[in-house]
Design a protein around this ligand. Sequence first.
Ligand code: GUN
Ligand code: ZN
Length: 440
Amino acid sequence: QTCDKTLLRGRVLTFHAAPADESDTEAYSYHPDGAILMAGGLIEAVGEYAEIAVRAPGATLVDHRPCLLLPGFIDSHIHFPQVQVIASWGAQLLDWLNNYTFPAETGFADPAHSAAMAARFYDLLIGHGTTTAVAFCSVHPASAEAFFAEAARRDMRMIGGKVMMDRNAPEGLTDTAQQGYDESKALIARWHGRGRAEYAITPRFAITSSPAQLELAGALVAEHPDCHVQTHLSENRDEIAFTRALYPEAPDYLGVYERFGLLHAKTLLGHSIHLEPREIEVLAETGAKPVFCPTSNLFLGSGLFDDAGLRARGIAAGIATDVGAGTSYSMLQTLNEGYKILQLQGQKLHPLAAFHWITRGNAVALGLEDRIGTLEPGTEADVVVLNPAATEAMALRAEAAQSLSEELFILQIMGDDRAVEAVYVAGRAQTTSVAGLVTA
Ligand code: GUN
Ligand code: ZN
């Protein structure tokens, strides 16, 4: 007899807290012969296979041994209209935006282009094990419409918003202060809280928004305190200098967003690299979250994110791909580059902390840890199945692995979409072969 329940068998790993250090076994649960019981899109039970299996005799069993089962990855900063910008040569931030990014985003005025790109974008996220992302769409409402419609089709928990940008960008890629407000407001009414969708109020960054636009963005934040807010902060020295010139009365870059009421616990600030002591204090006070974008920061030559400095002030950052300045959709490759950025500063990223970060850690940064990022019963059944021996080189290295941490570190450094064996979204198996989908 069958029922609508699915039982996954494998090596189950989930975090309950940020690991204090590599011996902090309280921070996680690991079941070498474990199981996850999923029903109605939620996690019903998790634990030892033998104990869980007897509770659901009619469930469909999927045996993923010897793979690892973890909560689906969360990407806390990505740009949907930059799927064809990734790997654009030879520029740092401001030239990269003007020469590659703005022209590509202009195309998202077309609903058909937006819809076609959205389907490809979600195939890529799933193929890389990412089940939730926080995304910038283009300035055009059509891009946000396509972004949310495709997420709804797949029942994915996605957060995003149309960028508000009314200056320092080409024609065809700007709104006005009022239009940005009105279009964002309409998208919030249409999508925020519909199914698993959540809206993020998205002023692109201080350079592309007039004071009038940031003022109205602040009004939206006050009117919709349950929406996320996302923007960019202190990524690049030239960007900071331009911002200071545009907002001479502000004490510093973050002071611009602060003055317009854009900072609260659901605010995500991409990059946050070159911070002044006052800015760090404001982050700590407001609860606004910096977001570490390792592959992007290296690719654009932006700088080295000071994770330990922020943690010392009690600030837990998010971590993200930032595609298309980021060079991989993989949160595993993001950890790989993040590890190296911290190495350059004498900081360490232990594999337990790393896997916590891309699951529960990012969920905490989003204020969504009661729904995603863990395998706690009652939370949403988004699961990634990982193979630490996915490639020849990984398999050979894995033969010598002595512990779970060592095996996780192989994934953290060598892993990418090839290590993603399967993905479940709201309890349903997804097709993870991107190549297969494209040619099908
Ligand atoms: N700052 C403003 N817009 C962008 C963007 O699209 N990518 C990055 N990396 N930084 C930005
Ligand atoms: Zn960005």
